[in-house]
Write a new protein. Structure first.
Length: 78
């Protein structure tokens, strides 16, 4: 119970992911799977972080009420 939390801090993954990977590793390969589950998930996370394209979240002015209605120019002050 303590091992996933400590190891997760070492390899910088979320403790819930570490716990889930230990459970899955145990179910698939027993004690050996439990031991190699966290390093395997950390390796997968590092690979995905390096090679999968990530998109930036930008601030959309339409979400804050600062957009102009259709057909109205910013210079119109009717």
């Amino acid at each position: 119970m303590l091992q996933p939390k400590l190891t997760a801090k070492t390899v910088d993954i979320h403790p819930a992911v570490a716990f889930g990977s230990v459970i899955a590793g145990t179910a698939l390969m027993g004690a050996v799977g439990a031991l190699i589950a966290i390093p395997a998930v950390a390796t997968l996370q590092a690979f995905l972080g390096a090679y999968v394209k990530r998109y930036d979240v930008t601030d959309d002015p339409r979400m804050h009420g600062r957009h102009q209605p259709r057909g109205q120019d910013a210079t119109d002050t009717a």
